[in-house]
Design a protein around this ligand. Structure first.
Ligand code: NCD
Ligand code: ZN
Ligand code: ZN
Length: 357
């Protein structure tokens, strides 16, 4: 039996493709291929991979590298730096938005002081998205800046009741905010860290069952705008180290995990399309090109296994989980780029969706 769903240009606005100085973790070729295998038309790449995307020179380096390697469409974020790099913002083009890290995570970008955050908010061009890593009370601090400067702000990987409460109030007050939630915060809890060990470590950390329930309620009430993978590949060797890095791969498991939610009756197909395609496109001002879609078979059930993944590190925190939904085909601009087994697009065929913008 087949129950085919056509997804209009799935877009993951939160991925760390690596490449450049972190090519031992993953490459733009390997991770954009993982994006196609995961059913995505396009991905937006975060700036924390060295050399961090915090200067015009580093941006040009990254644009050239991804441009030559990507098999899906893409965008890149510029990064806010603690050594005030706001002079770079005026007239900056070719980026999808600004990323600001307000709590410690992988990489060296962290802005802990509210006064410096305010300088970045004031300098960033109106109309272009600011995506923020903010946890707990930091969400409220960033919301103060949204109130003051009115820049459209995407709150990445929201994971707690407290954070949802701040953002529910902010939306009710009409602030220009959007909310992203990850599959790991929807399907795993702090209890899973006991069995997963370092493979269950990411920022924000896994939370309680009550937080997980609150995220599903927030999805149901339409408060959550996006399900984003926060695809953050690290090698198994790195994860086995004394101090393992935070982050987990997710590009190939997000759609099947949401397919499971549709199968289990926790989500409608319409909600799934909004969370992975139409909402992220609206937030970033994108429209999928003509004949750009993904054919997704909601009735194909299987168990996520190590070895069945294209992401270079090859592992998933969801190994052993039974999911519903197989990516059958991905089409971009009228060309079939993934046929359910093979990537058919050549490296460099993906385009920067924000070129000249
Ligand atoms: C991300 C990474 O590894 O780049 N890690 C993570 O745990 N999510 C950084 C981030 O998104 O905070
Ligand atoms: Zn983050
Ligand atoms: Zn991230």
């Amino acid at each position: 039996m087949t129950n085919l769903l056509t997804l209009p240009g799935p877009l993951d606005p939160h991925v760390h493709l690596r490449g450049l100085e972190w090519s031992h973790k993953a490459t733009f070729v390997s991770e954009t291929a993982a994006a196609l295998a995961g059913g995505y038309w396009a991905v937006l790449d975060m700036p924390n991979t060295p050399p961090a995307t915090i200067s015009q020179a580093a941006l040009q380096t990254k644009l050239a590298a991804i441009g030559g390697e990507a098999v899906c469409d893409w965008g890149v974020y510029f990064g806010a730096s603690q050594d005030d790099n706001t002079a770079e913002y005026a007239g900056l083009t070719d980026v999808c938005g600004l990323k600001m890290y307000n709590n410690a995570t992988t990489g060296s970008l962290l802005i802990g002081e509210q006064a410096l955050r305010a300088r970045h908010y004031a300098a960033w061009p109106a109309g272009k998205v600011i995506a923020v890593h903010a946890e707990g009370p930091t969400v409220a601090e960033v919301l103060e800046l949204v109130r003051r400067y009115r820049r459209p702000t995407h709150f990445c990987h929201i994971s707690t009741i407290e954070e949802l409460d701040y953002l529910r109030a902010a939306k009710a007050a009409g602030l220009p905010v959007s909310i992203g939630v990850t599959p790991h915060h929807l399907y795993l809890t702090e209890d899973d860290v006991r069995t997963l060990g370092p493979l269950g470590r990411m920022k924000p950390e896994l939370k309680t069952q009550s937080d997980v329930c609150a995220l599903w309620v927030a999805i149901d009430e339409g408060l959550v705008d996006v399900v984003e993978s926060d695809h953050a590949p690290h090698t198994l060797a790195e994860k086995a180290a004394d101090i393992p890095p935070s982050g987990v791969p997710g590009l190939e498991t997000t759609l099947p995990l949401l397919g499971k939610a549709v199968h289990d009756g926790r989500l409608t197909a319409g909600q799934m399309i909004a969370l992975v395609a139409t909402n992220p496109a609206r937030i970033f001002g994108l429209h999928p090109p003509a004949e750009t879609y993904t054919v997704f078979d909601l009735d194909d059930a299987y168990v996520i296994e190590r070895g069945g993944l294209r992401t270079l590190p090859g592992w998933s925190p969801f190994e052993g989980m039974r999911v519903y939904g197989r990516v059958r085909e991905v089409w971009i601009r009228g060309r079939k780029v993934f046929d359910g087994e093979r990537v058919l697009a050549a490296p460099g065929s993906g385009i920067n969706l924000f070129a000249g913008r």
